[in-house]
Design a protein around this ligand. Structure first.
Ligand code: ADP
Ligand code: MG
Length: 451
């Protein structure tokens, strides 16, 4: 601390030349740099420009007195911290109290006792320096706390996101298994019925022909036969039977298609990247959402337009990509339903320079307001009522497209007109695929923990 003395600037504000002389004499040779002003205004100006380490301030001065000077110094942020010591006559207790109340740190009494003056000045210079060091340390500490808090907050966010992906991928994987299981189980009986349908049609046709022949050759049958023919409405039966058969055939074909769609959707081989036909994925996803396009008294009609370009097979996690399409088309349906007007969803695909493909999903729904455009990809952000929206669809889709496939997912929208989401992914996954193995989730979680 002894270095303080050699570098400290002391400003003396006093109008009395005798006092100044005595003080300067006392402080001379102590290694201080002395600044002198003879009135309050000059003192304030000097304090502002030269930033002394300490101010010795006289009370009685022409112009503004010491109290007013002190008040102005304490109100100004640039001079507020400079310690002020009042100089007052021994008897003026009132002045001492007033000065201290105004923010002075001490007083010295006239006539000056040299040693006392020097001792007090030293004490306050040291105090001031320690206070300043403390303040600096405090600021440093606060800054460190802020940095740490930011680090922790980020780690927490990452952890939450990693957790979210794990939960979601678990959910999707069990959904995928369920769908694949059901599809597999239904597949056998469906094939069974499908295969027998042809025989059934043949047999029924034969039997009906035979009946027809009987009726032609023996028009006047026995009364009991006639009665039964009437009971079972034979004429109608003969006419309706082929219709029943063909409607059953349609039904069974439809189930077959659905089973194929389900298998395609679940793509149980999805743990690996494989070159797949993107259009098959889109079609099977649309099949699963089919029930939401069907006309319904409470819902507007939604027309789906598929405008497919010529795409190469694309190396991707087919199941995950189908999930993205499902989320985007699901949102498009929600948005059109919100308008209460019939609408359209256009699904467009096209190649980009042989290296990438684009999938656009465009709707004529509500559009997205500017103020929430930045938030829609955030986990848990939703504008839908509780129970309807989870706010997870887009954040997961974003992760799947960008992290799993090295692609981009962007959105453009006009309120009142609609929204378009654009997926662009590379046709081939190079080094990128490596870093996005299913293990990478676990790795990112581990990183978040150790961060
Ligand atoms: N096609 C769209 N049209 C209008 N708003 C949309 C569309 N897609 C997404 N949004 C907005 O983004 C939000 C987040 O979507 P998402 O992450 O899928 O969660 P959720 O559908 O559960 O709300 C939605 O609540 C909605 O406000
Ligand atoms: Mg959604």
């Amino acid at each position: 601390m002894s270095s303080t003395a050699s570098t400290s600037k002391i400003l003396v504000i006093d109008d009395n030349p005798t006092n100044l002389e005595v003080l300067c004499g006392a402080l001379d040779g102590q290694g201080y740099e002395l600044l002198v002003e003879m009135d309050g205004h000059g003192g304030i100006e000097q304090a502002q420009t030269n930033k002394p380490n300490l101010i010795l301030l006289d009370v009685m001065m022409p112009g503004i007195n010491g109290f007013e000077t002190c008040q102005i110094l304490k109100e100004n942020p640039t001079t507020r911290e400079i310690p002020v010591i009042f100089m007052t006559a021994l008897t003026e207790t009132e002045n001492k109290v007033r000065g201290l109340k105004l923010g002075a740190v001490d007083y010295i009494t006239k006539p000056f006792q040299q040693e006392e003056v020097i001792a007090r000045i030293q004490v306050h210079l040291q105090l001031h320096q320690v206070t300043q060091e403390l303040a600096a340390q405090k600021a440093q500490l606060e800054e460190r706390v802020q940095v740490r808090t930011a680090d922790l907050t980020q780690a927490l966010e990452e952890l939450k996101a990693a957790h979210l992906s794990i939960v979601q991928s678990e959910k999707m994987s069990s959904l995928g298994q369920l769908v694949a299981g059901i599809a597999h189980e239904i597949n056998n009986p469906v094939n069974f019925i499908n295969g027998n349908m042809a025989h059934l049609e043949d047999y029924a046709e034969g039997a009906l022909k035979l009946l027809e022949l009987y009726r032609t050759h023996y028009p006047n049958g026995d009364a009991e036969i006639e009665e039964l023919a009437e009971d079972i409405e034979l004429d109608f039966l003969q006419e309706d039977f082929p219709k029943v058969m063909s409607s059953m055939r349609l039904g069974i074909q439809r189930i077959s298609e659905i089973v194929t769609g389900l298998r395609n959707f679940s793509r149980h081989d999805e743990a690996e990247m494989k070159p797949v036909n993107i259009h098959e994925g889109i079609d099977s996803t649309l099949l699963i959402l089919q029930h939401r396009f069907k006309p319904h008294p409470d819902r507007p009609k939604i027309e789906i337009i598929q405008d497919y370009g010529k795409l190469p097979n694309v190396e991707c996690y087919a199941g995950a990509l189908n999930q993205v399409i499902m989320n985007l088309v699901g949102n498009a349906i929600d948005s059109i339903e919100e308008t209460n007007q019939p609408g359209q969803i256009i699904i467009q695909t096209c190649p980009v320079q042989e290296t990438h493909v684009q999938i656009r999903i465009k709707d004529t729904g509500t559009g997205i307001k500017d103020e929430i455009r930045d938030k829609i990809f955030d986990p848990f952000f939703t504008t839908k009522p509780i129970g309807k929206g989870t706010g997870l669809g887009l954040s997961i889709s974003y992760k799947i497209v960008t992290e799993k496939h090295g692609g981009t997912l962007t959105c453009s929208s006009q309120v009142g007109e609609g929204t378009e989401f654009l997926i662009e992914i590379p046709v081939h996954q190079s080094s990128h695929a490596e870093s996005c193995s299913p293990n990478s989730l676990r790795d990112s979680l581990r990183e978040a923990f150790t961060a």
